[in-house]
Design a protein around this ligand. Structure first.
Ligand code: SF4
Length: 308
């Protein structure tokens, strides 16, 4: 932005533009056309006062990619001088200018799910979500259960108990640390744990519409897989293939219609036993009944065939 336009306007800035400067529209137009591509300087839009004998003329910019932008040409004249001279020419966004969104650093732009295969997401050295873990490279504090002093003390106690019988070799601190899931340069801080828990609770917590409409909560659901650690007091993993949170960490107060005890499948109905309304055989003549009294020769009745 030009220095002239960003200059703070003090109470001394005259309200009325200098007459000679305001009339120098053609001088300003020529200056704008000199720096702009041919044909992109449009109508004169307005003139504003920058200070004593300093005004800026604005011209419409007809460049298609700069919709709403304006060519701003600042002109001035010396005290008691009649000649108006050119100060500067810049392209500035107007009130309706099409502007790029404000730039946001990538670390703030990233959204969950943005990472793809092969992407690397570096963490800040001061990332509040992490805190130093035990990597085995630094000596543990003297009062730590893993410290050398404590190990020697334990060995001495063991030796006293076993009357100096050779005891099996103790595991190294490193192997113990590995078994406990340590040996990481950094681990989740309390802050990191809380923010993660809040995020998961928001996605699969009691306040979600799914949980509000659920017949019961996850805490009583047979599909909930319990997890250890402090998170296990509030979360578990859903293992219902047909549920909305299969394989997700869900709050114990979450719930869904797939709750194991919500609806028991009704048993298939048993077919009714057959109903017999007659135990006698019905007679069905094979031919139409003959005229009364006339029995055609060779005619066969059901009785002749032995049907009763
Ligand atoms: S099936 Fe529904 S109620 Fe059961 S654990 Fe999964 S989300 Fe919770």
């Amino acid at each position: 932005m030009s220095a002239a336009t960003t200059r703070s306007r003090t109470s001394r800035t005259p309200r009325t533009p200098d007459r000679l400067c305001a009339e120098a529209v053609e001088l300003a137009r020529e200056a704008a056309e000199e720096v702009a591509a041919p044909g992109v300087v449009g109508e004169h839009v307005e003139v504003t006062t920058e200070g004593d004998r300093v005004v800026t003329h604005f011209f419409e910019c007809k460049e298609p990619g700069y919709r709403g932008w304006r060519w701003a040409v600042t002109v001035t004249r010396a005290s008691r001088a009649k000649v108006v001279t050119l100060d500067e020419t810049v392209l500035l966004p107007g009130p309706d200018a099409l502007l790029a969104p404000e730039w946001v650093p990538w670390s703030e732009r990233l959204r969950p799910g943005d990472m793809g295969p092969g992407d690397l997401l570096p963490t800040d050295a001061e990332d509040l979500r992490l805190e130093p873990g035990y990597s085995g490279e630094d000596a543990p504090p003297p009062n730590s259960a893993l410290s050398q002093d404590m190990a020697e003390l334990a060995e001495a106690e063991d030796a006293a108990l076993t009357d100096r019988v050779v005891v099996p070799e103790r595991g190294s601190i490193t192997s113990v640390a590995e078994e406990l899931g340590m040996r990481r340069a950094r681990v989740l801080s309390r802050y990191g744990l809380h923010t993660s828990a809040d995020r998961w609770d928001e996605a699969y917590g009691a306040k979600t519409p799914m949980a509000q409409a659920a017949p019961a909560s996850c805490v009583s659901c047979g599909f909930l897989v319990k997890i250890g650690g402090s998170l296990g007091q509030a979360f578990g993993v859903c293992a219902n293939e047909f549920g909305p949170a299969d394989g997700r960490l869900v709050s114990l107060s979450y719930g869904c219609g797939g709750h194991s005890e919500a609806a028991v499948m009704p048993k298939p109905p048993r077919p009714a036993p057959p109903v017999l309304d007659s135990m006698r055989a019905d007679e069905f003549p094979l031919r139409p009944a003959p005229e009364e009294g006339a029995v055609p020769s060779g005619d066969v009745t059901a009785a002749d065939l032995g049907h009763s």
